[in-house]
Design a protein around this ligand. Structure first.
Ligand SMILES: C[S@@+](CC[C@H](N)C(=O)[O-])C[C@H]1O[C@@H](n2cnc3c(N)ncnc32)[C@H](O)[C@@H]1O
Length: 209
C-alpha cells in the first residue's frame, strides 16, 4: 500500500514565480518590513528553516527552480511555524532580473549550486557573469554575497568572476577552506560534513563599484 504523505498547507509561504507581478515590494510580499535575505536554489529548504528560526527579525526568501523542492522547502518552514520564510518556484536569474528591486537584499546566499559537469551543459550554471553582475546590484551596499560549493573547479570559476569585480570585496582571510568554519546548515553541507568531504566557500562584501 502506498505511504500517505502528510499534506501541509503552504498558502502564503509558497508561490509560483509566474503568479507574481514584478517588481516585488518586500513589505507587501512579506507583510512586514523586516530586512530580507535571499537564497538561490534552497533545495529541500534546510537553510531557510534553520536561518528563519535563528533570525526571527529577518525575512528569508528562497527561489528554487524545481517546483517539487520549492514545495518541500515551504512545507518545512510551515511545519516549523515560521512566519518569516517564503519560497518562490522559478528561475533565480529571472527572479533577480525582473522581480527583486535594486539594493533591497541584505545577504544573497548560494549554496551548492548544481555543477553541470558536462562541458556542453556548463552554460546552465547559475553562478555566471550575468548572475554576478545582477547580484552586485540587488544586494545593499555593505551587504553580502555568500557562496559555498563542494566542486573546487566551480569554486575557482566563481572566484575568477568575483575577484576582479569592483563591487565585491572578500571578507574571509582564507579563500579555500572547509565550510565548517561557517557551520552552514544546508542539506548538502550536512551530508558532506558527515562524509568528510571538503567544500569551499567565500563571503563577499558588496561595495559601490
Ligand atoms: C545541489 S542542490 C543544493 C540545494 C541546497 N542549496 C543545499 O545546499 O542543500 C541545487 C539546487 O539549486 C536548484 N537550482 C538549479 N538551478 C536553479 C535556478 N536557475 N534557479 C533556482 N534554483 C536552481 C536546483 O533545483 C537544486 O534544488
Amino acid at each position: 500500500m502506498p505511504r500517505r504523505r502528510s499534506l501541509v498547507d503552504t498558502t502564503g509561504t509558497f508561490s509560483l514565480l509566474d503568479d507574481l507581478t514584478p517588481p516585488l515590494r518586500w513589505p507587501e510580499f512579506f507583510g512586514d518590513d523586516r530586512p530580507v535575505e535571499l537564497e538561490v536554489g534552497p533545495g529541500k529548504g534546510v537553510f531557510l528553516a534553520h536561518a528563519g528560526a535563528e533570525q526571527p527579525g529577518t525575512n528569508f526568501v528562497g527561489v528554487e527552480l524545481a517546483k517539487k523542492y520549492a514545495i518541500i522547502s515551504a512545507a518545512r518552514a510551515v511545519k516549523a511555524g515560521l512566519d518569516n520564510v517564503r519560497v518562490v518556484a522559478g528561475d533565480a536569474q529571472k527572479f533577480l532580473d525582473d522581480f527583486v528591486p535594486d539594493r533591497s537584499v541584505e545577504i544573497l546566499h548560494v549554496y551548492f549550486p548544481d555543477p553541470w559537469w558536462k562541458k556542453r551543459h556548463r552554460k546552465r550554471r547559475v553562478v555566471n557573469a550575468r548572475f554576478v553582475d545582477r547580484a552586485s546590484k540587488v544586494v545593499k551596499l555593505g551587504g553580502e554575497l555568500r557562496v559555498m560549493t563542494d566542486v573546487e573547479e566551480y569554486f575557482r570559476e566563481i572566484l575568477d568572476l568575483l575577484t576582479p569585480h569592483p563591487a565585491f570585496e572578500p571578507i574571509d582571510e582564507s579563500r579555500v577552506e572547509s565550510g565548517d568554519a561557517w557551520q552552514l546548515q544546508t542539506n548538502f553541507a550536512n551530508k558532506f560534513r558527515i562524509e568528510g568531504r571538503p567544500f569551499f566557500g567565500e563571503r563577499y562584501r558588496v561595495l559601490e563599484p
